[in-house]
Design a protein around this ligand. Structure first.
Ligand code: 6GU
Length: 241
């Protein structure tokens, strides 16, 4: 069966959105993955179709009701492989990283719950054993853009979606480094030359330069990744200094 994403949202029209374009969109049309966006409001039970209510304890905003969200989750589970992980997208979640993306892409798909308002009643998150995931340390107005980000990251790793260029980039990130810079013709543009080593045809020297640039950029921009990379390098018995 194709990799299957179910998105639970109050704004199903946001999907596939940008994922309908480029290689993800082509792969979607080719059936390499499947996407359903379900309107949570379809599971409302009262005549006002209400999906939210005021927070216990007071405060601003509204909270999504556990009964309505639970019914939507139940329908998604019944509509696909019940082993798919349940993910609630929230800025309070654990940070999405490439290791999590790799795990998700290797599985049967995922069920993504997008919160709006102040969030979702915590009891349904716990009762369904959902993983809470964030895409970064900033606040979005809803989980939908985060769901699109997570899906893009997964879909590009599916077999036959992106090919060799993508796997090379993925490997570089997997090694724990940011990627080296890229250049194409002309060799001189607005007085700026492409680094000479890249024109040399010496493959080993090109590889050495790229590794050195990847390390420099990682050290300068991401001291957190650099510390982890150095720690991992120290673990290796054949470590180069
Ligand atoms: Cl997953 N949701 C929202 N609303 N904001 C976020 C986020 C998720 N990740 C980072 N910011």
């Amino acid at each position: 069966m194709a990799w299957h994403a179910s998105v639970l949202t109050l704004f199903p029209e946001m999907f596939p959105g940008p994922l309908g374009f480029s290689l993800a969109g082509k792969a979607l049309r080719e059936g390499r993955w499947r996407l359903e966006a379900t309107d949570i409001r379809a599971f409302a039970t009262d005549r006002h179709r209400s999906v939210d209510d005021a927070p216990f304890g007071g405060g601003a905003g509204m909270v999504m009701r556990p009964d309505v969200v639970d019914a939507a989750v139940g329908a998604a589970l019944a509509g696909g492989d019940p082993a798919r992980p349940l993910i609630y997208l929230t800025p309070r979640g654990v940070l999405l990283d490439q290791a999590m993306v790799r795990d998700l892409a290797a599985g049967p798909g995922c069920i993504l719950l997008c919160g709006r308002y102040e969030g979702v009643d915590q009891r349904v998150i716990e009762a369904r054993g959902m993983r809470e995931v964030s895409i970064g340390d900033y606040v979005l107005s809803g989980g939908e853009p985060a769901a699109l980000v997570l899906l893009d990251a997964c879909v590009r790793l599916l077999p036959g979606v992106m090919g060799l260029a993508a796997s090379a980039e993925e490997e570089s990130h997997a090694a724990g480094l940011l990627e080296y810079p890229h250049y194409t013709r002309p060799a001189e543009w607005q007085g700026r030359r492409v680094p000479e080593v890249l024109l040399s045809g010496h493959h080993a020297e090109v590889a050495r330069w790229r590794r050195a640039e990847a390390e420099r950029i990682t050290r300068e921009r991401r001291p957190d990744l650099w510390a982890r990379y150095e720690a991992a390098r120290r673990q290796r018995p054949d470590a180069s200094p």
